[in-house]
Design a protein around this ligand. Structure first.
Ligand SMILES: Nc1ncnc2c1ncn2[C@@H]1O[C@H](COP(=O)(O)OP(=O)(O)OP(=O)(O)O)[C@@H](O)[C@H]1O
Ligand SMILES: [Mg+2]
Length: 454
């Protein structure tokens, strides 16, 4: 609990300053203040209100304009104008909370939601994938774009999404090049960008046909999947289409009306209904490029940008004022200022671990699944092998991330080990004797999207 008594002396000073300012300006006077109120909020802020007599004040506008002078006279505390329940001037007495410089992405991820970062009051910025619509991440070099983008891609992998990734620079997603969740190879050129979006659009058309067959007229993927599960059809996975250097790629291919621009706009406008989320990142966004997708974008995450112009284009003017010394800091359209969650890229390094990453315990579990359950490693199976529920869940998550396990829509969407893991089990000896690293890499590229057929 906040000790409001402690704030009384400062509240009295603020009261004097507000009265003085109101009495000195045309159209305002302290006589119209009908009450002074000191309150604590659930977020532990202390707010001091000058409640105006709405029935008596001639016009509210001069009072609203006075807030600026009150703030300067007080040396910069946060002063706001409220007109929702009567008219009042609010002064936040507690100092602005500072955001930490680094906040790790929580290990416990809520299902169906994307976590973006923390607000100064400790609340989480994030939401259900469907509600967030499409997402834009903008920021100058070194501002934290890649980390934010990877954190979202990582969450999508943990939640068993399918992925379409494009990266002109080749620096954001190289560790995911072999990931089994990829629907099409990682795109690195503008032509490949276009190809990747065509795959996404093909998936969209396919889903449109499936939706037509569903009896419940689905308007979102959750509704379709409800019907699918009840009628013995395969549920659909959400798809994350993450395009890095989006602005350059669109500009290089003829702008928003070029091939890539048009594909992206179509995906943006139709994708949501089918569980397809676009995640677009770039150092800047031109007015034209942003204009083409703006209405479909629910979340704008603006890290430090290098010009007022870019900040204005993305509609988050304050992003130009972020300090260069706080990478990961961002201004968002929905949650104001945040510190975006940090995720080290090692969490995404599938290839690095899978070459020889099986611990002896994991090897036993994999072998047992292979010989006893046709590869199934549902929670019930794992708990039947004396694993705790938490431990079982962690193993599933971890293996999914490494591409060793996946939900199989053809088998009641239960979790099964993938051919990649089987390959690892059976070739383990052989692979360790290979000396040529290039060859080792190639052997692990066996059609990763095939499910293990028992
Ligand atoms: N959310 C974060 N929290 C704390 N530090 C971060 C965060 N994001 C980034 N950083 C720090 O800033 C560095 C640069 O971040 P990042 O690679 O994401 O930049 P970028 O915007 O992608 O730059 P470029 O445009 O050059 O690719 C990181 O290596 C890390 O040290
Ligand atoms: Mg980057």
């Amino acid at each position: 609990m906040i000790d409001l008594q402690r704030y009384l002396p400062v509240a009295q000073q603020v009261q004097a300053v507000i009265s003085q300012v109101l009495d000195s300006r045309p159209g305002t006077s302290s006589e119209y203040v009908q009450g002074w109120v000191l309150r604590g909020t659930p977020q532990n802020d202390v707010i001091f209100y000058a409640v105006l007599d709405a029935g008596r004040i001639p016009k509210p506008e001069p009072f609203e304009r006075a807030t600026h002078q009150i703030s300067s006279a007080l040396g910069g505390p946060r002063v706001y104008w409220g007109n929702s329940t009567g008219f009042r001037i609010a002064v936040i007495l507690t100092p602005a909370k500072r955001l930490p410089r680094l906040i790790d992405l929580p290990a416990n991820l809520p299902s169906g939601r994307a976590l973006i970062g923390l607000r100064p009051d400790g609340q989480t910025a994030g939401g259900k994938w469907g509600d967030l619509k499409h997402i834009i991440v903008v920021g100058y070099t070194g501002s934290g774009k890649s980390i934010t983008t990877r954190s979202l891609v990582y969450q999508a992998i943990r939640q068993d999404f399918s992925l379409i990734l494009a990266d002109l620079d080749g620096t954001t997603f190289p560790m995911l090049v072999e990931h089994p969740a990829l629907m099409t190879p990682l795109a690195g050129t503008t032509d490949e960008f276009i190809g990747a979006l065509q795959v996404a659009l093909g998936e969209l058309e396919h889903r449109a046909i499936l939706y037509k067959r569903a009896a419940n007229f689905p308007e979102k993927i959750e509704e379709y999947n409800q019907w699918a599960l009840a009628s013995g059809q395969e549920p659909l996975k959400r798809v994350l289409v993450a395009l890095d250097e989006f602005n350059s790629a669109v500009t290089k291919t003829g702008g928003p009306d070029g091939k890539l621009g048009k594909l992206a706009v179509e995906l943006a406008s139709r994708g949501r209904k089918f569980g397809i989320t676009l995640l677009l990142s770039a150092q800047d966004f031109s007015k034209e490029v942003i204009g083409a997708v703006r209405d479909e974008v629910g979340v704008m995450i603006a890290h430090k940008v290098n010009s007022e112009n870019v900040a204005r284009n993305v509609g988050v003017a304050a992003a130009a004022q972020i300090s260069e010394r706080t990478p990961g800091r961002a201004i968002t359209n929905r949650w104001g200022q945040i510190q975006a969650f940090y995720l080290d890229k090692s969490h995404l390094m599938v290839g690095a671990q899978s070459a020889d990453g099986l611990t002896p315990d994991e090897k036993l579990i994999a072998e047992r699944a292979f010989s006893e359950t046709e590869g199934k490693i549902s929670l019930e199976v794992l708990m039947g092998w004396d694993m705790g529920q938490r431990e079982a869940r962690r193993l599933q998550d971890d293996w999914k991330l490494r591409g060793w396990a996946a939900n199989d829509p053809q088998r009641a969407n239960s979790v099964y080990i993938t051919p990649k893991l089987v390959d690892l089990l059976t070739n383990r000896q052989a692979r360790q004797t290979l000396t040529n690293p290039v060859q080792t890499r190639q052997t692990s590229l066996t059609n990763p999207t095939n499910r293990l057929t028992a």
